[in-house]
Structure formats: structure tokens, C-alpha cells
Design a protein around this ligand. Structure first.
Ligand SMILES: Nc1ncnc2c1ncn2[C@@H]1O[C@H](COP(=O)(O)OP(=O)(O)O)[C@@H](O)[C@H]1O
Ligand SMILES: [Mg+2]
Length: 323
């Protein structure tokens, strides 16, 4: 749905240049939630603004649903941009307009007639759970309600893609949860493709199918979250799912992304005559799947064969302490 190749963005200031994007390749599949995580200044907002052409990249191409948006100008560019909704951290609502007036705004610009506009606004407010606030003004709303208006407004022109720039960063934890749940629901029910950026790993963990880490203008890792969890040495996986440190020798970390009915630990002791000592671990929901990570001490003459057996069963096996 989104294909960005070789994206570079250089801001030319009076005395110096800032390289905000330094060769980003981004591939977002139709219907997925893709999260980009990175610290302040990494280039995340610039990336989003280059995807919806609020900013023209210095080099590289962006395709959205097959259209090369970087090649479009004028009316065709404005049309393409209507297919890309955007949600902002600080909501960016018009304070002099009611909730309904804010949601209607992009429809007015697109020349949608009054009757159709009213129908569509009612439908959108229902979708985000704000039907009773249609006549309220932004100043009368909570942060979470404001963001719901921002989301309804972004969805008004029926975009194929929703971009979200730190949509929950200004919200408290409970409100963050409800907004993330709303985004997930819109993704599932409307098949909406979502590209979101965040500085919080937890946001990635809760709603993303795929993710990338961004640092100094480029991706250092990118892929499906479940694949990354099964990738040795993945930093994203380690921060999504940290394991407690252990000093015990001969310890391996086992990661599994699909629950098994087999009693693997007792199989190990029986088949390979090794000592198995489970030191700790956790099971968490990541990318809609139950993912387990365990620290297990495995000792005995057949240790290597025992670990091969676990790998063969689809577990990721990583040595975490000295042998
Ligand atoms: N309009 C601009 N003019 C000049 N420099 C900018 C502009 N926008 C962003 N930058 C710089 O580009 C870099 C990336 O910024 P940004 O994309 O906002 O990062 P993030 O969203 O990850 O915090 C930063 O060094 C920032 O100062
Ligand atoms: Mg930013």
C-alpha cells in the first residue's frame, strides 16, 4: 500500500544542512498497522510528511496504492493526498468550529453537498463514539475526545491510508489505551492501512503488525513483529520483550510465537537426559499473538542436541550466559 524507496530529505538552513532522512526504504502492506519507533529528532515526522507530500523528499520515490505520488503535481497531487488521512499529536482542530464542523471541513473542501455531508459526519461520529458531542466545541472536550474528532476528520474523505504522528503522546495511559483500541478496530473493520510513528515501544507492542526502528534518518531494523521476535539479536524484539538478566551458567533464552501442545521440557529430559531448570519468563500478547520468552538452564552431555531439538520445533534459542 505504501512503498517508499531511497527516501532522502535534506533541510537547507542558512548556515548548515540537516539530513533528516538518509535513505529510508519503507514497505507497508495493505491492511496492516506499521509502526516506526525512534527517539526525538530521528526523522519520524519528516518521513510521514514525505509520504503524504506535505514535504517533498530531496531524493527517492513514494508510491501509495500504486500511484507514484512523488511524480504528481497540482490537481492530481491534491486528489492523491485525499487518499491519505493524517492524525496529529496536538489534534490540530479548528477551535471556532463544532465537532461536526471540524469533521465536515475536509468534505466541504472536496465539494461534497450539504445533505451528503451531514449523513457522512453522523456516520463518522458514530464510528468514533462521539455522536453526543456533535455540537460541542473542541475546548469543551477531553484530550481523548479531541483525538477522536481528529481521527473522524482524517477518515472523512475515505482515505486508503491513515498516517498517525504520535497520536497518543499527549494523552494519559487510560486514554491512550482507548485510542489505540479505536485505531485497531478501524484497521480491522474498515481494512484501513495505518502507518504510525511513536517514541513508545509499548505502542508498537500493542497494535502493530510490522515495525521499524528509526535512528538518525534511517531504519536500523524493520519487519513483521512476529518475525523480528524470532530473529536472533533483534533489538526491537529485545526491547519489546525484555528478559530479566541472569547469572546462571548454561542458560538459553527460548522464544516461541505459537503455543505448543507438546510437553517440550519433559521431552528434553527424557530424550536427551539433560537437566532443565526454568529460571523465569513471561507470556505476553504481541501483534495479536501469544508470545513466550523463557530463561532456561540446560546442562548435560547432550545439551547441543537438546537445543537443536528445540530449534527444530520452531523455538528461537539464544545463549544468554557463558557456558
Ligand atoms: N522544517 C524543518 N527545517 C529544518 N530542520 C527540520 C525541519 N523539520 C525537521 N527538521 C530537523 O530534521 C530532523 C528530524 O526531525 P523530525 O522529523 O521532526 O524528527 P522526529 O519526528 O523523529 O522527532 C531534526 O534534526 C529536526 O531538527
Ligand atoms: Mg516528530
Amino acid at each position: 500500500m505504501i512503498d517508499a524507496v531511497g527516501l532522502r530529505k535534506v533541510y537547507r538552513l542558512k548556515k548548515r544542512e540537516v539530513v533528516a532522512l538518509d535513505g529510508v526504504d519503507l514497505h507497508v502492506r495493505q491492511g496492516e498497522v506499521f509502526g516506526v519507533v525512534g527517539q526525538s529528532g530521528a526523522g519520524k515526522s519528516t518521513l510521514l510528511r514525505c509520504v503524504n507530500l506535505l514535504e517533498r523528499p530531496t531524493a527517492g520515490t513514494v508510491r501509495v496504492d500504486g500511484d507514484e505520488v512523488t511524480a504528481l503535481r497540482g490537481r492530481r497531487l491534491r486528489e492523491a493526498r485525499r487518499g491519505i488521512g493524517m492524525v496529529h499529536q496536538h489534534f490540530a482542530l479548528l477551535s471556532s468550529r463544532t465537532v461536526a464542523g471540524n469533521v465536515a471541513f475536509p468534505l466541504e473542501i472536496a465539494g461534497v453537498g450539504a445533505a451528503e455531508r451531514r449523513r457522512r459526519v453522523a456516520e463518522l461520529l458514530d464510528l468514533v463514539g462521539l455522536s453526543d458531542k456533535a455540537r460541542a466545541y473542541p475546548a469543551q472536550l477531553s484530550g481523548g475526545q479531541k483525538q477522536r474528532v481528529g481521527i473522524a476528520r482524517a477518515l472523512a474523505p475515505r482515505p486508503k491510508v491513515l498516517l498517525s504522528d504520535e497520536a497518543t503522546s499527549a494523552l494519559d495511559p487510560a486514554t491512550t489505551t482507548s485510542i489505540l483500541e479505536l485505531l485497531r478496530e478501524l484497521n480491522r473493520e474498515l481494512g484501513l492501512t495505518i502507518l504510525l510513528i511513536t517514541h513508545e515501544m509499548d505502542v508498537i507492542k500493542r497494535i502493530c503488525d510490522s515495525a521499524a526502528i528509526m535512528e538518525s534518518g534511517h531504519f536500523t531494523e524493520s519487519g513483521r513483529v512476529l518475525d523480528l521476535l524470532a530473529t536472533p539479536g533483534s533489538r526491537l524484539a529485545r526491547s519489546l520483550f525484555p528478559l530479566p538478566a541472569t547469572e546462571a551458567p548454561d542458560t538459553v533464552a527460548l522464544t516461541y510465537t505459537h503455543a505448543s501442545d507438546e510437553p517440550l521440557m519433559s521431552e528434553l529430559t527424557r530424550r536427551f537426559d539433560v537437566d532443565v531448570n526454568v529460571l523465569g519468563g513471561a507470556v505476553e500478547d504481541v501483534a495479536g499473538r501469544s508470545v513466550g520468552r523463557l530463561n532456561v538452564q540446560v546442562r548435560g552431555a547432550n545439551r547441543a542436541a537438546a537445543l537443536d531439538y528445540l530449534s527444530g520445533k520452531g523455538l528461537l534459542v539464544e545463549e544468554v550466559t557463558a557456558r
